[in-house]
Design a protein around this ligand. Structure first.
Ligand SMILES: [Zn+2]
Length: 729
């Protein structure tokens, strides 16, 4: 056993001062969290842990043995107490009798899947957490604590051609080996049998899959897990092929700027092609190990073999699409051509795989497009229904690359037989898991850019569309304000599963960016960041605007006219003009919302520049609707004065308005109170007699980009409480 400071390939995190005061279930939670914190020990959502604990039975008041095991679908790193299922150990173990009575039994038989339903009969203390298909691995191994992990270094051994011999060479007699078998009750029995025949075993390498090991003390179990992984990693390290890894370099790498320039052009095109049925969100990765792989001689051969660990290929599909492109020799157009032919071939291959492997009653064929695309010079691009899913897919393929590197260093890498892969991918239990997932929210696959998201209507709109599941880019002249809104959204909705690792683009469902919409370069740079974060753009809501008050004598000097028009009219045009290129490249439906004003149609003294700029913005809506049809709908949101939280209503302007309309107020009242007085005054002038709020505006901004308004373009929707003089004609 290594001492804590001797681990070089995994992080030793056990801390007695933390674990000491915890109850036994919390110690299991703690052990799980620190195991899951290191991707070299287990991937996101992968692996499981268990403890057999003596507890008081609520029915009898007597002490019973309870199996606590990580529930289905949870993640070790983020597991909480509620993530663990609890089963009466003796009742669980008697399930063997039912299983053994079946005439036909073994891996992938009907009785094996039926056992999963039986687990519920053994639940201890009404614990509602659903136990996973790996439960028998834990329940049928006699040791008190069991860890089942997916460590890169052990999968590398398990995915090698001579895996059994390697297991013995690396671990000697303390770790056994079991050939690949789909996880389930039968695999638990196979392991139980191994332990009965060899009571000195401390663990097993699971062919094409991972590691399982055990001990009667939880800290000892944790340390054993780390020691075995460390041992495998050192063995691999001593045989590393260095520059000869993956057969050596075939393509010279591009510099980071060059890579990003290509991605900015490529991602919207690719997103459009892959999103024909359902929109997808991208994550790309260009960490040194990923680049080493995609630039190598062996990449095409190894990519074709596919991923090995079942957890990996459920996300990455059985294989990625490798595009044979040389960034030094070939043009961008060649890349597009090769992608098109590669995708067509991939879809044909996938269909052939489905047809060859399907059983009567298999679920229908899923999307035949790849979820991982490998491009020499560029890196890997992963796709998923949202940022979290594509990020995990990128994580899994980069772990698969680490596995292949290690496996090819010590032996020859091999994939799972296609039929076995199919029987996992289209397993009725996996299908049931997919069906249990909550329905997707309306904007779940959409990328929405809100310009002006730092405050007022823009901030409210960003919050509103985030509630519908959108990926929200909060852009604002003030980078800090944009970041603040984005961070609030991330705090509220989380970044999703998976950890942002090295070279992984974008972090979560919200992003804050600075932009000056009067400057074309600034707009272009902002949109490029959006593409790099998510792969494209669907909708843009522009709420940025300015009211420049006239001079004290009521005059509006030329520079105030210019500033007003630059922000309220030219800015939205520049944004639309730059976004048009992205929309056209994607070829997907999108929408644009401009915020104008009821002032656009009400003539009155005092705000000539502002009012005429908004009248121009109203017509800009119509012109853009014509120009961007049929791909992009363009509509205007026309608020009456929203005083609440508006950056256009600083204290002085509120006070001067209150004076102007002779509304009584006290000089020492705070600004929010004064704004409320003004809002009430404005409300009295409306037909509905109610003040208009930020939420009222945000609701319409959301509706205009939603499918509910899919047949509306070129229109101005007024949200003003009902101002007769602002009726549109
Ligand atoms: Zn596993």
């Amino acid at each position: 056993m290594n001492k804590p400071d001797e681990f070089r390939h995994v992080c030793y995190l056990w801390d007695d001062s933390v674990a000491g005061p915890l109850d036994p279930v919390e110690r299991l939670r703690y052990r799980s969290n620190i195991l899951g914190a290191d991707q070299r020990i287990s991937n996101t959502g992968g692996g499981n842990t268990s403890s057999k604990l003596i507890m008081v039975d609520p029915l009898t008041g007597k002490e019973v043995d309870v199996l606590w095991v990580k529930g289905s679908g949870g993640d070790l790193r983020t597991a909480r107490r509620e993530s663990f299922a609890s089963l009466y150990l003796d009742k669980f173990q008697t399930l063997q009798e039912i299983y053994n009575r079946a005439d036909v039994k073994g891996a992938k038989t009907e009785v094996e899947d039926a056992m999963v339903e039986m687990y519920r009969h053994t639940v201890f203390n009404l614990n509602p957490t659903v136990s996973s298909i790996d439960t028998p691995l834990h329940g049928l191994i006699p040791a008190r604590h069991v860890d089942h992990m997916h460590p890169v270094s052990v999968i590398a051994i398990a995915a090698s051609r001579d895996q059994e011999r390697l297991t013995h060479e690396v671990f000697g007699d303390e770790v056994g080996w079991v050939p690949w078998q789909r996880p389930g009750f039968d695999l638990g029995l196979v392991m139980q049998d191994q332990v009965q025949r060899n009571p000195n075993l401390k663990g097993l390498v699971m062919g094409q899959h991972g590691l399982i090991d055990w001990a009667d003390d939880d800290k000892a179990c944790y340390e054993l897990t780390l020691s075995l992984i460390e041992k495998a990693a050192r063995f691999i390290e001593s045989r590393d092929k260095a520059e000869r890894t993956f057969g050596g370099q075939k393509v010279a790498p591009l510099d980071p700027v060059g890579r990003q320039q290509i991605l900015v052009r490529l991602l919207p095109r690719l997103r459009g092609i892959l999103s024909a049925k359902n929109k997808l969100i991208a994550t790309w990765q260009d960490s040194p190990p990923v680049l080493e792989f995609v630039n190598s001689l062996d990449a095409p051969r190894l990519a074709e073999i596919g991923t090995s660990c079942p957890d990996h290929f459920l996300r990455t599909k059985i294989k990625p699409l490798y595009v044979d492109w040389d960034p030094q020799q070939d043009s961008f157009e060649t890349l597009l051509e090769k992608l098109e032919t590669g995708l067509a071939r991939y879809r044909a291959d996938y269909t052939a795989y489905y047809e060859a492997c399907k059983h009567p009653g298999s679920p229908g064929m899923r999307d035949p497009n790849p979820t991982v695309i490998l491009i020499p010079g560029i890196g890997l691009i992963a796709w998923g229904k949202n940022k979290s899913e594509s990020r995990v897919t990128a994580e899994f393929y980069s772990l698969a690359i680490d596995v292949m590197r290690a496996s090819e260093a010590i032996s020859a890498y091999q994939g799972l037989p296609r039929q076995e892969a199919f029987d996992i991918e289209y397993w009725a239990l996996e299908e049931a898991k997919l069906r249990r997932m909550p329905a997707e929210k309306e904007l779940a696959r959409e990328i929405v850019v809100v310009v002006g998201a730092g405050s007022g209507i823009g901030k409210a709109a960003a919050q509103r569309v985030a509630r519908e599941g959108a990926h929200v880019v909060c852009a604002d002249l003030s980078f800090e304000a944009a970041q603040k809104t984005a961070q609030e959204l991330l705090d509220l909705y989380g970044v999703g599963i998976g950890v942002a690792g090295s070279g992984i683009s974008g972090s979560g469902p919200a992003l804050g960016l600075g932009v000056d919409i009067t400057q074309r370069d600034s707009v272009r740079a902002m949109l490029e960041q959006v593409i790099l974060a998510y792969g494209g753009i669907d909708h843009i809501i522009i709420t940025a605007g300015i009211f420049v008050p006239p001079d004290l004598d009521g005059m509006i000097p030329d520079e105030k006219w210019n500033l007003t028009y630059a922000i309220n009219v030219a800015g939205p045009f520049i944004l639309a003009d730059e976004a048009r290129k992205v929309w056209e490249s994607q070829g997907l439906e999108g929408s644009l919302v401009l915020t104008t004003s009821v002032n656009a149609v009400v003539a009155k003294p005092g705000s000539l520049a502002y009012d005429t700029s908004k009248a121009a913005a109203n017509h800009l809506v119509r012109e853009l609707a014509v120009g961007l049809a049929p791909l992009v709908r363009v509509n205007g949101l026309s608020p009456a004065t929203v005083v609440e939280g508006s950056s256009m209503f600083p204290r002085e302007r509120v006070i001067s308005s209150l004076h102007k309309y002779a509304v009584p107020f006290e000089e020492d009242e705070d600004t929010d109170r004064l704004r409320e007085r003004l809002a009430k005054f404005y409300a009295q002038r409306t037909l509905t007699k109610s003040p208009v709020s930020l939420a009222d505006q945000a609701e319409i901004a959301y509706l205009l980009i939603s499918r509910k308004f899919s047949k509306t373009t070129g229109q101005i929707i007024t949200v003003d409480g009902g101002l007769q003089e602002a009726f549109l004609r």
